[in-house]
Design a protein around this ligand. Structure first.
Ligand code: AHR
Length: 661
């Protein structure tokens, strides 16, 4: 136990950050004229996976759960109300023979019913978040053998009051499916609303794809994404978006793997599957968690483009999750998987005269998405992975030599499995090796120098999934507290310092719904109406918004700061703005007085900024009610020639930015 951890232990329970005892003054030499490596524009990105209701029930703004009756229990999420019992007035039908993607629908037989006599109510994803005075788009697919049924559409609040209503009487008769839509305004805000469809009149009508979207979606796209959630990502200016995962790529078994071709085109033709996180943890079952793919590959590419991030799709490599079934496709049946990868390049980048380029254009995006990299496999391991990966590598590189391939080093950042994969991947001259670390905060501090002695040539590193675990991996006790965030901030100095080796990094998982999560910690938490960034989010954001163009030395007594006196630091210059940017973590319970002396400049601008992230205690967290409790606070900083002095708060992460003359 070192001096500072002893102090923390003594004060455990009343952890405080106000201690006045300052450390000895340190002078850190920053060599602005000695760029070590170029920082890739992709350096700081985001990892998106449909876990914790991140997509369905989260960023995908659909409010109706089980809109197409394809859940294992077809009426899950729906409740039938009948004034008079009438057997068979609501039937679930299955047209498996004629529609494989979306076989089920409901048939309503109304026999002279009055409004309120027969209704179907949808509970939403842990309720529906409804905002006062906002327009909502209701739509339904229908066909009717006997016309005459009027549908009353009502939003109901927790007190059973109507807070928005519309009605429609679908026209026509026949076997063809049609779509009807109506928009209406809500009269109140309600976090846990329901949608009630009451039938009136006499007739027989089939209903499918019953949908409700708010109109305040990201870029006001109809049927789009929750704007507040996308905005939090956009605010980070991420270099890339990795999607769709994560284990979701692998699937519980191969039949449940993520297949991008089934996630594009008209939404009623996207074949839904159970979400693999539905039953993953016995302690957090989520039986109503499915993937509708309303948010599919087209939408992922589009979102990445919207926020200026490079798309990084990860594809299944012919292996299901090795924690689950560990199914592998036989080598002689790998071809469709390879074809999916090749076709994805054409879908993303191909001319509109190509088969898949035309599909993209028909969906509304004739211009290419400019995809430059792709992952093969998520957390896959063993010789079975390498054997399959080699076939992918050969096929993709032959046809698309410029596409960079991201490859898996498994689940852990060390151990035999990791060593084996790292060795094999380097022999294969893998472009980028994806490393994952879900570890305790101590690990992050101890590994701030992890990449200082890594192989400089050959394969590059993608820190593709990481998060400090305040308890342990998959523990429900994990918190996004300040201790985890500061540990990550310290570790990231090591990635930035080694930008010649580490070319991309992303925290994981990204989103979690407070009523629907399976895994914690997570970077951004939401309920049906609100969202907030954790302290970990602000660490990511500070790195991304201050990424600079070149990493430079920041030295204490001639050495990088990797924990001496609990200090961790890295520095960059930005050649576009001619600024020097220093990141520094003080992981001590006392302030640290630092003089930064910047070599290689005539002088510094007379004033710079110091942005500080800190908490009142290492256990402190942000929450929906206190979303900014731990968030960056900027102050100005006077310089003196080539020097600048700063007092670093106890347990703080600071970003100092100064113009160079
Ligand atoms: O981020 C949660 C999960 O952690 C990912 O799906 C998987 O890749 C890793 O094990």
């Amino acid at each position: 136990m070192n001096f500072y951890s002893r102090i923390i232990t003594v004060f455990a329970g009343v952890v405080f950050f106000g201690a006045a005892i300052a450390q000895t003054k340190h002078t850190i030499i920053v060599k602005a004229n000695q760029p070590i490596a170029e920082i890739q524009p992709t350096m700081w990105g985001v990892f998106f996976e449909d876990i914790n209701m991140g997509a369905d029930g989260g960023i995908y703004a659909e409010l109706v759960k089980n809109r197409s009756f394809e859940f294992y229990k077809p009426l899950m999420g729906w409740e039938i109300h009948q004034k008079k019992f009438n057997e068979g007035s609501v039937l679930v039908l299955n047209r498996q023979g004629t529609n494989i993607s979306n076989p089920r629908f409901v048939c309503i037989s109304a026999n002279d019913v009055a409004k309120g006599d027969l209704s179907l109510t949808n509970e939403g994803f842990r309720g529906m978040g409804i905002k006062k005075d906002l327009q909502y788009d209701f739509s339904v697919m229908y066909r009717q053998a006997v016309p005459g049924v009027k549908i009353h559409i009502e939003l109901i609040n927790a007190k059973n009051e109507v807070i928005g209503a519309a009605a429609l009487t679908p026209p026509g008769i026949g076997k063809e499916w049609k779509k009807q839509s109506v928009s209406f305004q809500s009269t109140a805000t309600e976090p846990k609303a329901k949608l009630k469809l009451s039938f009136e009149g006499k007739g027989v009508i089939d209903l499918d794809m019953i949908s409700l979207f708010p109109q305040d979606t990201w870029k006001s796209r109809r049927g789009g994404m929750r704007a507040d959630m996308v905005q939090l990502l956009a605010d980070m200016k991420p270099g890339f978006v990795r999607f769709p995962g994560g284990c979701i790529v692998e699937g519980h078994d191969l039949s449940l793997r993520y297949q991008w071709k089934k996630t594009i085109g008209p939404i009623e033709e996207r074949q839904m599957i159970v979400n693999r996180w539905n039953s993953e943890f016995a302690h957090r079952p989520t039986p109503d968690y499915y993937q509708t793919f309303g948010l599919g590959f087209f939408e992922y590419f589009q979102m990445a483009e919207d926020i200026g991030a490079a798309p990084l799709p990860i594809l299944n490599c012919g292996m299901a999750c090795q924690f689950n079934t560990a199914e592998v496709v036989p080598m002689d049946q790998l071809e469709p998987y390879i074809q999916d990868a090749l076709d994805l390049v054409e879908f993303a980048n191909g001319d509109i005269t190509t088969k898949w380029g035309k599909v993209r254009a028909d969906m509304g995006h004739p211009a290419p998405f400019n995809m430059k990299m792709m992952g093969v496999g998520n957390e896959n391991w063993g010789p079975q992975y390498i054997e399959r990966l080699k076939v992918f590598q050969k096929a993709i590189k032959e046809k698309y030599p410029d596409i960079k391939l991201v490859t898996s080093s498994g689940t852990d950042p060390n151990g035999e499995r990791f060593e084996y994969l790292d060795g094999e991947l380097r022999k294969m001259k893998a472009d980028v090796i994806d490393e994952h670390y879900y570890r305790r905060p101590e690990w992050f501090f101890q590994n701030a120098a992890r990449y200082d002695n890594y192989e400089r040539n050959g394969s590059k590193i993608f820190a593709g999934e990481y998060a400090a675990q305040s308890d342990k991996t998959v523990s429900v006790k994990n918190q996004n507290n300040w201790q985890t965030a500061i540990a990550e901030a310290a570790f990231l100095t090591g990635l930035e310092r080694n930008a010649d080796v580490v070319v991309m990094a992303s925290y994981a998982p990204l989103f979690a719904h407070i009523d629907g999560w399976q895994w914690r910690p997570d970077m951004i938490w939401v309920d049906n109406l609100r969202s907030y960034g954790t302290p970990n989010y602000y660490v990511q954001k500070l790195y991304s918004l201050n990424k600079g163009t070149h990493t430079i030395p920041a030295l204490l007594n001639g050495k990088p700061l990797t924990g001496q006196d609990s200090l961790y630091s890295s520095a960059v210059i930005d050649k576009h703005t001619n600024e020097v940017i220093i990141k520094i973590v003080n992981n001590a319970p006392v302030a640290a007085d630092i003089v930064f002396s910047v070599d290689g400049v005539k002088r510094l601008a007379s004033e710079g900024t110091m942005t500080v992230l800190t908490g009142e205690s290492i256990e402190q967290v942000n929450s929906l009610d206190a979303p900014l409790a731990i968030s960056p606070v900027a102050q100005s900083l006077k310089t003196n020639g080539k020097k600048v002095s700063a007092s670093l708060k106890p347990f703080s992460f600071s970003v100092i930015k100064i113009g160079m003359k």
